[in-house]
Design a binder for this molecule. Structure first.
Ligand code: ASP
Length: 434
């Protein structure tokens, strides 16, 4: 009991310190979020399971940002399309976006497979003491997903927060408003002022980020701690290294060499979104923050940001693909499955499709592992063992892959905006606004 009081006292003093850091000095939000991340990890390690008692603060923060997802996508996408005034350009944005999403995912899976082959993370692991954990053996098929993009009832899609149908309907509504000319101009104005209002709310909610991030990280490090790293040491190190490599070389290369923009500014501009992704392990929950960072710090125009990012949060999961590749090899090594070149190819294809079908929520891909593992002959019972082994520590792996997932979305939005002339480079090169 006393320890709990001490824990809460430490937590509240830390919150106060972070608050004062923001109000008394001109430290930017991202600095406070980073400080919170670090302090949260330390507090969690010191107080262990007690950190569970403050997790609700993090959960509340996540609820706040989730609240904004649907209004943000709907209003800013309609307003964005209307402001573009030319439906044809949307087609070109769409093609570029999907091509880049697939291309970067392919790179991610190649990195995952290479690291998994070189470092043998499954070597010497004995699963005999593991309690199997059954999961669904198939993700939503790609054809179902494609069909589902057209909503039968847009209002119920909005109510259920189905992102792809909302994107589809918003684009069409935007086009309808453009085609309506003078008659529908007022409706266009309503959407653009609604989008402004929702963005303002997002700005306010982000002020809570340091406290939410701190509570969530304290919970992760307190309940999983260093033990997690020991048990899955090689897998964790490889995954983190792969994620870093992918972000620095693939995204970095694209931003620096293809878009010709400064890399430091890019990463600094999205650091808030990365911190939120790291602490929430959910690209969907991070979406409002990603949208805000990309528009306000990186100068990506509303149309591009609001069409590319929500789509990315749903279908572009490079961190997930990289992870699925590593775990496939990890499992093959544990169960002694010999892999041919064709198997590698099959893993790459299935992991790419599975990552498209993975929802942007915590641990989503762990539950779709069976889809990838079945192509190399790993049985459902064996998969259940792997999931049982990884599950307790999956959060730590999930945090890294989610950061990559949202960084990939931001990268593609910058590239598409650059090629469409829809980026304000002065904003990109200037100091971050949030
Ligand atoms: N948590 C990840 C995300 O939201 C998905 C995954 O489990 O890989 O992006």
């Amino acid at each position: 009991m006393e320890l709990k009081i001490i824990y809460w006292a430490v937590l509240l003093v830390t919150f106060l310190g972070i608050y004062l850091l923001g109000s008394r000095t001109d430290f930017k939000l991202w600095v406070r979020v980073m400080v919170a991340l670090l302090l949260g990890a330390i507090i969690g390690l010191i107080f262990g399971d007690l950190a569970q008692s403050s997790k609700w603060i993090g959960d509340l923060f996540v609820r706040f940002i989730r609240m904004l997802i649907v209004p943000l996508i709907f209003t800013s996408l309609v307003a964005g399309v209307v402001s573009m005034g030319d439906p044809k350009r949307l087609g070109s944005i769409g093609i570029k976006t999907i091509t880049l999403y697939l291309l970067t995912t392919l790179f991610a899976i190649i990195i995952g497979l290479t690291l998994g082959t070189i470092f043998n993370p499954g070597a010497g692991i004995d699963l005999s003491g593991v309690i199997p954990f059954e999961t669904a053996s198939s993700s939503m098929s790609v054809s179902d997903r494609l069909f589902g993009i057209v909503p039968t009832n847009p209002i119920s899609s909005l109510a259920d927060g189905e992102v792809l149908p909302i994107i589809f309907f918003s684009i069409l509504l935007g086009i309808g408003i453009i085609l309506g000319g003078e008659k529908t101009k007022t409706l266009g104005d309503v959407f653009s002022s609604a989008a402004e209002a929702v963005l303002k709310i997002a700005h306010l909610v982000m002020q809570l980020a340091p406290y939410g991030v701190l509570s969530l990280i304290a919970w992760v490090s307190g309940t999983m701690g260093l033990a997690a790293l020991q048990n899955l040491f090689v897998l964790t190190v490889i995954l983190y290294a792969g994620c870093l490599f992918h972000m620095i070389f693939v995204y970095g290369g694209l931003i620096r060499l293809v878009a010709g923009l400064p890399l430091g500014k890019f990463f600094k501009g999205i650091i808030d979104a990365q911190a939120v992704a790291y602490s929430t392990s959910s690209s969907s929950a991070t979406l409002p923050v990603t949208l805000q960072c990309v528009q306000e710090n990186l100068g990506v125009n509303k149309t591009v940001a609001s069409s590319v990012l929500p789509l990315g949060a749903t279908i572009n999961m490079d961190g997930t693909a990289l992870y699925l590749g590593i775990v496939a090899l990890f499992s093959a090594q544990i169960f002694g499955v010999e892999l041919s070149f064709a198997d590698y190819f099959l893993i790459a294809m299935t992991a790419t499709l599975t990552s498209i079908g993975t929802a942007g929520i915590p641990s989503a891909s762990l539950f779709l592992l069976a889809t990838v593992l079945s192509v190399i002959g790993i049985t459902d019972a064996q998969t259940a063992l792997i999931v049982g082994f990884v599950l307790p520590f999956d959060r730590i792996l999930d945090m890294a892959r989610t950061v990559v997932n949202i960084t990939g979305d931001a990268t593609v939005s910058v590239l598409v905006a650059k090629s469409e002339g829809e980026i304000d480079e002065t904003k990109f090169r200037n100091e971050s606004v949030i």
